[in-house]
Design a binder for this molecule. Structure first.
Ligand code: G6P
Length: 615
């Protein structure tokens, strides 16, 4: 996610902005920029790529102004480029804006602004804010009825969506106006002046006494102090929070480990991955660079990946075959690369990789392309080898994932693959416009369902974790979408808790694994509402009859399941096709809880690496 910093005070702003942006690099971004007030002018410098590249470019500028704003951007509207990087400016260049979040009504605002003579320089949603502030600022100033704060409030009142904003104007040197709605903004006073950021980590060296703005609050920062207002300009007395975390904890956003923090970021990942994908009732994934007619020629799909990403592929198979009726095979990249798969020019290979640099996946991509396949990459890392070497790429918008065990990246992959399956269904004509709209809206609703799971599942997960902590082995079972989900659940548990776990399609129980079952062998069952629910319940009963402790992930309202399970984790009802998105979350929480109870290092499990660049 994007990052905001701002400073006004006695010291040169540029190094403070660069330091703040560097601190937020872990969040992931594709471009960075600063705007510094030089005398009465605002100087803007942006670069695609790393903050270090921006810092290097700034060596050629002589910026010594003491007021400025900075930003790291992760593209949502408009590709990663220098023109789309923030800060964005008004027509006259006298207003500069940085923004986090998504402005949903930007297209209509942009059209209206263009109609009133504004000229746009970027494709971003953010730029409308610079022009809206420009209009309001000059009108209010000419009438003598308002200042930059009032102009920002007026502009914000026209925005629909989420925003954290920091704005400055040539006409009010040394002043920064900030405000927020559904996107974090933190301000604080340090010895050298006033600071703002979207993440405490960016200003923790300057101050540990901060004000976390609430929605619809604003602040005006000058070198002398900070004043707080509501959006109507009425003064506020906000509550100051003292941050006593060390840097390490600050990076974890107050969570005890990165894994838990990343699990909690998933509703945001779902929303960001879907942002801008449905327009005029049709699904678009421009980055794939293929026309509907070209897509329609695809007659075979391979999903290739490793580890957790492979499990995202197992989920996608059901969706691609179900919605597009195109045969789809899912294969671990280390196998695919050494066999002789059937590939023709109408084969689509989808390479899924969080890191974008897994050696086996890359080798499989190269092999597939040599054989004439079209390759789409799904990755979390902008500009990674998988992105560069694929014909088209979908970015998962999970932001940098630090815990070795993948959680939010997995969900980002599942959502991206779901979009791809819908797109194939759309281009083959098997899904109508109405169906696409309905599916998209239900897919978007999973963000709220995951939010509820995160808020409500804790006690049930803890109870289930206590029931399995002393086991030496566990079995995860499910059918259909639940089978695919159970594979990822078992992997998560073994990765971080070192408790042996395996997953089986529940119907296969009788063909072997049932021999293992006794009272020391917990069975985790995905028993959500689905066409195969009754079959899963039968398999539960078979396990229970042999003494297994049963932990069921079930749909809210299913009281019957309690008769067949020792512990039930209820989750909200969603369409069966989307159940892996919701059902995976309690399984992530469960494995983390077991790992914590067993005293394991949740973020850095032994023997594992975040990205595997060797064969
Ligand atoms: C490693 C990681 C896993 C990941 C796998 C594939 O094993 O520990 O979390 O799923 O690599 O990585 P990729 O970056 O290609 O998704």
């Amino acid at each position: 996610m994007c990052g905001i910093v701002g400073y006004t005070g006695a010291a040169p702003a540029e190094p403070i902005l660069i330091e703040g942006l560097s601190r937020m690099e872990y969040r992931g971004y594709d471009s960075a920029g600063v705007a510094v007030q030089q005398g009465e002018a605002i100087e803007v410098v942006c670069r695609k790529g790393k903050v270090s590249e921006l810092a290097h470019t700034l060596e050629h500028f002589d910026l010594d102004g003491t007021c400025g704003i900075g930003h790291t951007r992760w593209a949502t509207h408009g590709k990663p480029s220098e023109a789309n990087a923030h800060p964005h400016t008004s027509c006259a260049g006298d207003i500069a804006v940085v923004h986090n979040g998504i402005i949903e009504n930007f297209a209509e605002l942009r059209e209206a602004l263009i109609g009133r003579g504004h000229v746009f320089k970027s494709e971003t949603d953010t730029e409308v804010v610079a022009h809206l502030v420009e209009e309001a600022y000059h009108r209010l100033r000419e009438a003598g009825t308002g200042d930059l704060r009032a102009a920002v409030a007026e502009a914000a009142s026209q925005l629909v969506g989420a925003y954290g904003l920091a704005v400055m104007a040539e006409g009010e040197p040394g002043t920064l106006i900030v405000c927020r709605k559904d996107s974090p903004i933190v301000v604080g006073r340090g010895e050298m002046g006033s600071y703002v950021a979207s993440d405490i980590i960016a200003m923790i060296d300057a101050t540990r006494d901060v004000v976390v703005l609430a929605d619809d609050q604003m602040a005006s920062l000058t070198a002398e102090g900070i004043a707080y207002f509501d959006m109507d300009g009425n003064p506020l007395e906000p509550e100051v929070t003292h941050v006593d975390w060390d840097i390490d904890v600050a990076e974890k956003g107050g969570y005890p480990d990165f894994m838990l923090k990343e699990i909690h970021e998933q509703p945001r990942v779902i929303r960001d991955t879907l942002a801008g994908r449905l327009s005029g009732g049709a699904l678009t994934i421009d980055e794939l660079d293929m026309t509907p007619a070209e897509l329609n020629l695809i007659d075979r799909v391979y999903v290739i990946a490793c580890g957790t990403s492979y499990h995202a592929g197992l989920i996608a198979k059901n969706l691609i075959e179900g919605w597009a009726r195109i045969p789809c095979e899912v294969e671990v990249a280390s196998e695919f690369r050494y066999r002789n798969p059937i590939i023709t020019p109408t084969t689509l290979v989808v390479a899924v990789s969080q890191s974008g640099e897994t050696a086996d996946t890359l080798a499989a991509i190269r092999d597939a392309r040599v054989r004439g396949a079209k390759v789409f990459g799904i990755t979390n890392v902008v500009g990674s080898p998988v992105a560069r070497e694929s014909d088209g790429v979908i970015y998962t918008k999970a932001n940098k994932e630090i815990a070795v065990a993948s959680t939010k990246s997995f969900l980002g992959q599942v959502v991206s693959l779901t979009l791809l399956a819908m797109l194939l269904g759309q281009s083959t004509g098997r899904l109508t416009g109405g169906q696409i709209k309905l599916l998209f809206s239900e897919l978007a609703d999973t963000a709220e369902a995951v939010e509820r799971i995160l808020a409500e599942c804790g006690p049930a997960v803890e109870e289930a974790a206590r029931a399995m902590v002393d086991a030496t082995s566990a079995l995860f079972i499910g059918r259909g979408m639940g089978a695919a989900t159970s594979y990822e659940g078992a992997l998560k548990l073994k990765e971080i808790s070192y408790l042996h776990a395996e997953a089986y399609a529940a119907g296969e129980m009788k063909h072997g694994p049932i021999a293992l079952i006794d009272e020391n062998f917990p069975v985790v069952a995905i028993a959500t509402d689905s066409p195969v629910y009754d079959k899963v319940v039968s398999n539960l009963q078979e396990s229970r009859a042999r003494g297994a402790c049963i932990i069921a992930v079930a749909t809210e309202g299913d009281e019957d399941i309690a008769k067949h399970a020792d512990h039930v984790i209820y989750i909200p009802k969603v369409r069966d096709a989307f159940s892996p998105i919701t059902a995976s979350v309690p399984l992530q929480l469960l494995s983390r809880e077991v790992a914590v109870l067993r005293g394991c290092d949740v973020d850095q499990p032994r023997n594992l690496a975040k990205s595997v660049t060797v064969e």
